[in-house]
Unconditional design. Structure first.
Lengths: 306, 255
């Protein structure tokens, strides 16, 4: 197990290096002189020079990269170019808000998608199953921001049950979480259905049926336990997709999360925030992938020895 | 097919110009002259939705060209040459895959600046890993086939083997992926448009139109139904096409 862990962690090194290079290059791929672009029109040569110096753009590229990563490792993500505030506390606060949405959405998706997937798999070719196939196709094809707008129109504007936008108390939580959750439900239910159907065809399930185990027990003791592993794995990987969806959902509902911060920062050319935000999400996903792999190896010993 | 036809024939189908403003008819509900109503600047919504099909299909096509071209080339090279070429290219792809697709697209837009052309580039880059991994897997499975060995034995150059033997035999799988990527690309580009990072006004683009409709959600809800529905139906059509192709081609491969 320890060897597996070490090997898995070793594969992280090139990925982390690559991710940091990509994020570093965001600033340097800006067409023209980044300092001039950040300064905007109407800034004097001196002003531009000051920005160039603040961002260290007057240094050679490699030196810049090393200095930048050195600061990152010490937890220094720089200062916002607009507000002069430290970037990291701001990022973490916003990220917390985004995580609330993502975790809530994941819970909705696992409950709804899981339940529906089970029904579809155990009643194959029934009306439920066909309705499932149709609806999951609609769900996959429906842009998340449109789903959000429709929910907003229905529940906030027409019915007036919950506020349309903002973050103030549990009632504002409902629509964004529902949006994210419903969007991910289509995928979760597909995976659940597929995984269950595969297990249902196994010989040991037939044996269980043959020896007269009650149906409820077959489903939960024999089938679900074995089908759960891929569902959880893919569920964890879906989290990244959910974080991406959160960026759009936050814009619909004016939710003060990381995605909203990121988009605003891009508009204002506030590069330290842009770089920090993208890095934070990428690091979260990498960590999540490692945790999933380790968990998977823990549950299924065959994987450790590959 | 219908959507392609609508996109091609947009100038003839649309009853009005998609950008002509008529400030006397601002945000009117559907009438005979404007079957879907008008938007906040008095532009005919039906015409804008029709022209939006054009924008989205162009995006889908360009994104596909970028992702398919670069991704397949990378995947083939990695799978064919193996060892350090494979290692290097696949690590690079791993790095790209560490970002959620929409985030990677946002990162590229952050560097290059918002706009329609940059959106296509950004979404194209973010979809590239899909083709790279798929193409690599295909090459690995075909590399040791008899006919490939025969071609090499008879003195065909590496380039010729790849082009004449590997590529045609991987087309079926890549084609299925291509239709799905178009669906994803259209959705992602509309998402960027919605965020204000993609196509810029006054371009008729569904994501931008939906973003505008948000402001008028209580006074003019019809602004949000039509573009969203168009977007969903288009994406669904490509998903359907992908599923259908997969069924047809899988049968072919099996027989």
């Amino acid at each position: 197990m320890n060897r597996f862990l070490l090997r898995r962690l070793a594969t992280l090194v090139p990925v982390l290096l690559g991710v940091s290079v990509v994020v570093f290059l965001i600033l340097h791929l800006v067409p023209g002189d980044p300092a001039e672009v950040i300064a905007g029109t109407g800034t004097t040569g001196q002003g531009i020079q000051a920005i160039r110096h603040q961002l260290g753009l007057d240094q050679p590229l490699l030196v810049q990269y090393l200095q930048w990563t050195g600061r990152l490792i010490r937890g220094d993500f720089g200062q916002s170019l607009m507000t002069r505030e430290e970037v990291l506390p701001q990022l973490l606060y916003r990220f917390g808000n985004t995580l609330e949405l993502a975790v809530g959405g994941m819970a909705v998706a696992l409950c709804l998608g899981g339940a529906w997937g089970i029904v579809a798999a155990t009643h194959r070719n029934s009306v439920w199953d066909h309705a499932f196939t149709m609806l999951s196709l609609v769900g996959v094809s429906m842009p998340i921001f449109w789903l959000g707008l429709l929910l907003m129109l229905g529940f906030a504007v027409e019915l007036g049950w919950v506020p349309a936008t903002g973050m103030a108390g549990p009632s504002t939580f409902v629509l964004p979480v529902l949006t994210l959750g419903l969007n991910a439900t289509a995928l979760v239910s597909r995976i659940t259905r597929g995984s269950l159907i595969e297990v249902l065809q196994q010989a040991y399930v037939r044996t269980a049926w043959a020896k007269g185990v009650p149906p409820r027990s077959v489903l939960w003791r024999h089938v679900m336990k074995n089908a759960a592993v891929p569902i959880i794995t893919v569920g964890a990987l879906q989290f990244g997709y959910l974080l991406g969806g959160a960026v759009l959902t936050e814009t619909v509902f004016v939710w003060p999360g990381l995605g909203r911060l990121l988009v605003d920062a891009i508009m204002q050319r506030d590069y330290p925030i842009v770089q920090g935000g993208i890095l934070l999400i990428a690091l979260t996903l990498i960590a999540l992938n490692v945790i999933t792999d380790v968990m998977y190896a823990f549950v299924d010993p065959r994987i450790r020895y590959q | 097919m219908l959507i392609v036809a609508v996109a091609v024939l947009a100038p003839w189908l649309a009853p009005h110009s998609p950008v002509a403003q008529n400030l006397r008819d601002v945000a009117k509900p559907p009438t005979d002259a404007h079957p879907l109503g008008t938007d906040q600047l008095g532009r005919d919504l039906l015409s804008r939705v029709i022209y939006g099909a054009r924008t989205s299909l162009v995006i889908g096509g360009v994104v596909l060209a970028i992702a398919f071209g670069v991704g397949t080339a990378v995947g083939f090279a990695a799978g064919w040459f193996g060892c350090w070429v494979d290692e290097g290219l696949m690590r690079a792809i791993d790095v790209l895959m560490a970002f959620p697709e929409i985030l990677l697209a946002i990162a590229v837009v952050a560097a290059l600046g918002p706009g329609l052309v940059n959106t296509m580039l950004a979404v194209g880059v973010s979809a590239t890993p899909r083709f790279a991994r798929l193409a690599r897997a295909i090459v690995l499975s075909l590399r040791d086939q008899m006919y490939v060995e025969a071609a090499r034995a008879s003195g065909a150059t590496e380039w010729r083997v790849l082009r004449r033997y590997i590529l045609p035999n991987s087309m079926a799988v890549l084609l299925v992926q291509a239709t799905l990527v178009i669906a994803i690309a259209i959705q992602a580009a509309a998402g960027l448009g919605f965020l204000g990072l993609g196509a810029q006004p006054p371009t008729a683009e569904w994501g931008v139109m939906l973003s505008d409709s948000r402001t008028y959600i209580s006074t003019a809800p019809w602004l949000l139904t039509a573009p969203g529905l168009a977007l969903m139906v288009t994406v669904m059509a490509f998903n359907f096409l992908g599923d259908g192709l997969q069924d047809v081609l899988a049968v072919q491969i099996a027989s």
